[in-house]
Design a protein around this ligand. Structure first.
Ligand SMILES: Cc1ncc(C[n+]2csc(CCOP(=O)(O)OP(=O)(O)O)c2C)c(N)n1
Length: 373
């Protein structure tokens, strides 16, 4: 297995000293180490993977050194454009290392949203004409692969991909810094379900928000029948909600995450302008990518009320603590308007949190059946 500290030291020695990307659970231990060790200007978590490519390119232009861009393979879709029209050998020829968490690698067990991407990851990179290597648990062998890939990136002036399967890093964890916020996301979701009348459509973003909703809804006797868990397509769920809102009479409640919202924050004006009077856009802001390891998003620095107002939401709400949550649930929850509601929570979840059972196609059919009434 690879020690995150040894990998970091090795990369430093080989001149790879700038790290940027969107976190992934398979890379969690290494990213936690980078987060702790690298200086503030040497490691930047970007809102989406494409932006990381831009940042890495700027770094290369000014230093001539090879940067490292990290991502989950789900993020490949977000980098295809900058890969082909920015970093490609036929364009600006930018050497970089792409450290890619390989979810859904053939032969391993994974969730439905990772299977297709897992199967086509290598082929996709090859179609993009990017050299591909795979890291293995043996540290020495992996380091010689990395050394070769850095040389290749520099000599051929090209991005080079390093695929990282599950379980190759030694665990590296920090004791989580205590959050200023005490509300727990899962309990907030339970209270929202409790306050619903059962006729709402609830859409959940990618990650544990959906898993928590699923369990809490079962606990509530499947009170919400019209719901959609967007287990993949991070950052796009709020527009699924908008699409549902535009063509249905039901109220839509969108349970978004700060990381997912930031990934495609350009979504907000369209929602505000088209959702009409019955769209409640709730951002559960825990300040991090909790579902993949809790890496910071920087979202506690955003004034979501100002943002929502300037994008055109009719109402904005800021909830920081239990008292405000209680008050909002009691007094404002039934108001029919377009609202952006930010609820700040701690950065924790249950270790025994389950996953929805069944198949995505069945989930879709259930929703469509429920929408028909
Ligand atoms: C395009 C893409 N990039 C990265 C991921 C990996 N990923 C899954 S959930 C998640 C974090 C989501 O953070 P947030 O929306 O703040 O919700 P939280 O996990 O904190 O509840 C990430 C990065 C992904 N699924 N898709």
């Amino acid at each position: 297995m690879i020690q995150p500290a040894s990998l970091y030291d090795f990369l430093q020695k080989k001149g790879v000293r700038f790290y940027t990307g969107v976190p992934d659970s398979l890379l969690k231990s290494f990213l936690t180490y980078v987060q702790e060790k690298a200086g503030v200007d040497e490691h930047i978590i970007t809102a989406n993977e494409g932006l990381a490519m831009g940042l890495a390119t700027g770094h290369y232009f000014s230093t001539g050194a090879v940067p490292l861009v990290y991502l989950q393979n789900s993020g490949l879709g977000n980098i295809i454009n900058p890969l082909t029209s920015l970093a490609d050998k036929e364009m600006y020829a930018v050497p970089m290392i792409l450290l890619i968490g390989w979810r859904g690698k053939p032969g391993t067990q994974d969730e439905p949203q990772h299977l297709k991407m897992g199967r086509i990851t290598r082929t996709m990179l090859e179609a993009l004409e990017i050299p591909v290597y795979e890291l293995i648990g043996n540290e020495e062998k992996s380091f010689s692969i990395i050394e070769e890939s850095i040389k290749l990136a520099l000599n051929q002036k090209t991005p080079v991909a390093l695929l990282v399967p599950d379980g190759i890093f030694h665990k590296y964890e920090l004791t989580a810094a205590k959050s200023r916020y005490t509300l727990q996301r899962e309990k907030v979701i339970a209270q929202i379900i409790e306050r619903c009348n059962g006729d709402e459509i609830i859409v959940c973003t990618t990650g544990k928000i959906g898993r928590e909703f699923y369990e809490q809804n079962i606990k509530a006797g499947n009170k919400i029948s019209k719901y959609f868990l967007s287990v993949g397509a991070m950052g796009h769920a709020n527009h699924i909600g908008l699409g549902l809102r535009l063509s249905s009479k039901s109220r839509v409640i969108m349970l978004d995450g700060d990381g997912a919202l930031l990934m495609h924050m350009g979504a907000l004006p369209a929602i505000a302008q088209h959702a009409g009077t019955d769209f409640m856009h709730i951002i559960i802001n825990n300040g991090g990518h909790e579902s993949v390891g809790g890496q910071p998003t920087g979202a506690f620095k955003i004034d979501f009320s100002q943002l929502g107002e300037s994008c055109g939401y009719k109402k904005t709400v800021e909830i920081r603590y239990g008292k405000e949550l209680k008050e909002w649930l009691a007094k404002s929850f039934d108001e029919r308007t377009s609202s952006l509601v930010e609820i700040r929570t701690s950065l924790v979840s249950r270790n025994d949190l389950g996953r929805p059972s069944g198949k995505p196609e069945d989930w879709k059919n259930n929703l469509m059946k429920a929408l028909k009434g």
